[in-house]
Design a protein around this ligand. Structure first.
Ligand code: 5AD
Length: 335
């Protein structure tokens, strides 16, 4: 099994700058295959509401965006989506929403328990910052994984775009989740204002030290109705370099190709899967709500043919000589 590589900040910076892409990508692909073989994991995601109490400057579902039509799926609708996901063979369900108590914490616990016991799938939650007791309740209900990106570890980048919120609180949430035994995913938004490659290199090292099970970085893509609506989109090549680097820094973690990459590069899945990534996600949010989960421009297509979308993903995976598998896709990383 390949050992984690220890890079200096300078080495990471040079690789992020594209000093040696060919060798970096080849090595990431080799290490990915050594850990996960040619298997690619798939997750079905349900975006259960777009109601958010926070006001993050980059995000289209921020509370002050009055142009957005807000929706909230009922528990039955969420369970129907989960059944559809399972009926297509997928055994890993992600539930993500804006940060609020629109769906109560107790309701989420009930939904998690039912997906686990009645539907028979692993559950990842991505519902934002919550008190430790709430994470604990959801864990006891059966939740397996939690996705909470820190977005950046740099206060100089974080504070101006998260008015009234504390980066330390967010980091504490990630620590609580790890402590409670979740498989935890975290990462960054590359391309935020003031986020330099030096700071990004430093963040990759901090995350490696923290020891999460899943690494995810999205490229910034401007969203309508946000203060950053005219801020330029991130350079997607930097995302590929970062995911390849992270595969070397923590060989056993899960690494998805994030959907924001697809809105900047139509070949992102093929490229990501050959550069260290091993996870793909497919949205099962009902057609009537999909366009309103507008974190950024082009986030979801207006409608989706779930079965043919899945077949398309299977074909993409096959086109790069890999194989989509339908087990829950747990991270092999252990702390
Ligand atoms: N560009 C890229 N990623 C974004 N997210 C939210 N808004 C944007 C954007 N404009 C990501 C954040 C958040 C996750 C749910 O979506 O990383 O944690």
């Amino acid at each position: 099994m390949p050992a984690p590589t220890t890079f200096t900040t300078k080495e990471i910076l040079e690789l992020l700058q594209g000093k040696n892409d060919e060798a970096l990508y080849a090595e990431a692909d080799r290490v990915k295959h050594a850990v996960y073989g040619n298997e690619v994991f798939v997750r079905g995601i349900i975006e259960n509401n777009n109601i958010c109490a926070r006001n993050c400057h980059y995000c289209g579902i921020r509370s002050e965006n009055s142009a957005l039509n807000r929706y909230n799926l009922t528990a039955d609708e969420i369970l129907d989506c989960a059944r559809l996901i399972r009926s297509q063979g997928i055994t890993s369900v992600v539930i993500q929403s804006g940060e609020s108590d629109t769906t109560s914490n107790a309701q989420i616990a009930d939904i998690v328990g039912r997906i686990k016991s009645e539907i028979g799938a692993d559950v990842t939650l991505s519902l934002g910052e919550k008190p430790r007791e709430v994470y604990e309740m959801w864990k006891e209900a059966g939740a397996d994984r939690y996705l909470l990106k820190v977005e950046t570890f740099q206060k100089s980048v974080y504070n101006p775009i998260h008015p009234g919120y504390s980066l330390n609180d967010r980091i504490k949430c990630v620590e609580n989740l790890l402590d409670l035994g979740y498989q935890v995913g975290s990462g960054f938004i590359w391309g935020l204002p003031g986020y330099t490659l030096e700071l990004f290199a430093d963040d990759l090292l901090t995350l490696q030290k923290m020891g999460v099970h899943m690494y995810s970085t999205t490229p910034f893509v401007a969203g309508a109705g946000t203060p950053l609506a005219t801020h330029p989109a991130a350079d997607v090549e930097t995302i590929y370099r970062a995911l390849a680097l992270y595969r070397l820094m923590a060989p056993k973690v899960n690494i998805p190709v994030t959907s924001a990459c697809a809105s900047l590069d139509s070949m992102s899945k093929q490229k990501g899967l050959r550069r260290g990534a091993n996870v793909l996600m497919l949205s099962y949010t009902p057609d009537k709500n999909r366009k309103d989960y507008a974190l950024y421009a082009g986030k979801n297509t207006v409608s989706s043919e779930k079965l043919s979308d899945l077949q398309n993903l299977v074909d993409v995976v096959q086109s790069v000589g890999q194989k989509m598998v339908f087990h829950p896709g747990r991270s092999k990383f252990e702390r």
